[in-house]
Design a protein around this ligand. Structure first.
Ligand SMILES: *Cc1c(COP(=O)(O)O)cnc(C)c1O
Length: 406
């Protein structure tokens, strides 16, 4: 995540050690960690105790922590079942496989999203069809989905971008009209609500991710929520090398994967999930502080704090820079003062790996591309302090002014 920052800092020619240097030369220095990181996990003694307790048992995989974490996830979302997996991306892959989506099928996705969304569709040999987003919520625009539906469309992969729930009633109506599955990618949105229902409780299947920058973390990890018992048992089989619940350990009913989540990770996740109300409140307070601090910067667009029918689960704090301001310059200026930022997200279609890839959909997504050029994620985590946020706001204001004067 900070790799571009590190690259920039390491580009100092004094740090370059040539091949002909004597062996004793100092190794290239690693750039110092930023004073204000982009994200930071919030691990308390309770998490440390829970993981340590697992280490004192002989069962480090497929044990009681897995069942308990899955039960807690299902209960929190009021859905019948949850299947924990090794990452959010693994969850997306298994969700597509479980619904039988494969070669010749199309899945509608946003291009303004984390690349895993489209990669998972390719992994099952289906075709991602990129559709335009709504400029306020940054989620798939229902009208754009309607235009993107073809006879080959099988599913909508709905990302609740940055923890803002998508317009689920409109999307469910479209899915119903065209007999499409809905897979929710709720990796950025645990605890968000749309019309009083939690993100992840709408789709046929819903995927969560627990990487360390998410609202709750298991180090690496993810989960798929399922309402159909058939889907849940297929997910469990696929995550465990195609073994079904009754088969012998060396009997494999189908070709599967190792997408299991360890007992250590599940214990960590269980404590994190038990703290979710506290975590979401801390993040909301941090978002409100940014809103107050940044309001005065002319031309800077801030994310909405309140949206009708929705409760936002704050994943990241992403601002939109004024049109005339150079984002690279702003990021460099902030990095020099020890403040990490991120480009959330460059459109998937414009990623080097995807530029030459044959995929269908609109040739250009004008809105996606014009918005994505201006977005900047600011440092954002549970324990970010008022003084760190004041520093970010001050340096950001100066950097924008400097760009304008340039
Ligand atoms: C984080 C994230 C994922 C999953 O990421 P993993 O690193 O594989 O856990 C998937 N989709 C979106 C939108 C995400 O933000």
């Amino acid at each position: 995540m900070n790799s571009d920052l590190n690259l920039r800092q390491n580009s100092n020619p004094r740090l370059f050690v040539g091949a002909d240097q004597p062996k004793a030369a100092a190794p290239p220095q690693v750039a110092a960690a930023p004073q204000v990181p982009l994200s930071s996990p919030d691990i308390t003694q309770a998490e440390i105790d829970a993981v340590t307790a697992v280490l004192r048992t002989p069962q480090l995989s497929l044990g009681p922590e897995l069942s308990a974490f899955e039960a807690a996830l299902a209960a929190y979302h009021s859905v019948p079942d949850a299947v924990a997996v090794s990452s959010g991306t693994a969850g997306l892959h298994l969700a597509l496989l479980t619904l039988g989506i494969g070669e010749g099928d199309e899945v509608i996705v946003p291009s303004f999203a984390f690349v895993a969304v489209a990669n998972a569709i390719l992994q099952v040999r289906a075709t991602p069809v990129f559709a335009e987003i709504d400029p306020v919520t940054l989620n798939l625009d229902p009208a754009a989905i309607e235009r993107a539906v073809s006879p080959r469309t099988r599913a909508l992969l709905v990302v609740h971008t940055f923890g803002v729930p998508a317009e689920m009633d409109a999307l469910q109506a479209i899915a119903c009209r065209h007999s499409l599955f809905i897979i929710e990618d709720a990796c950025e949105a645990i605890g968000a609500e749309y019309q009083g229902k939690r993100a992840g409780s709408f789709g046929d299947l819903a995927v969560f991710g627990f990487y360390p920058n998410k609202q709750i973390t298991t180090g690496e990890g993810g989960a798929v929520l399922a309402r159909d018992p058939g889907h849940a048992s297929r997910l469990r089989s696929l995550r465990n090398q195609g073994r079904n619940s009754t088969s012998n350990w060396l009997d494999h009913g189908e070709v599967g994967y190792n997408y299991r989540l360890s007992e250590l990770a599940c214990a960590l996740g269980r404590v994190q999930l038990s703290r979710i109300d506290e975590i979401l409140a801390l993040r909301r307070a941090a978002a409100e502080r940014y809103d107050a601090l940044l309001k005065g910067i002319a031309g800077l667009e801030l994310p909405p704090l309140i949206l009708p029918h929705r409760i936002i689960s704050w994943f990241v704090y992403v601002v939109r820079l004024p049109e005339e301001v150079d984002r690279d310059q702003v990021q460099t200026a902030l990095a020099r003062r020890g403040i990490a930022t991120g480009r959330y997200f460059d459109p998937i279609r414009l990623q080097p790996a995807w530029r030459t890839h044959s995929s269908t959909g609109a040739a250009t997504l004008r809105l996606t591309e014009s918005i994505a050029r201006r977005t900047l994620a600011l440092p954002f985590f549970n324990r970010i302090t008022m003084s760190q946020q004041e520093e970010v706001a001050a340096v950001l204001g100066e950097a924008i002014d400097a760009c304008r004067a340039f």
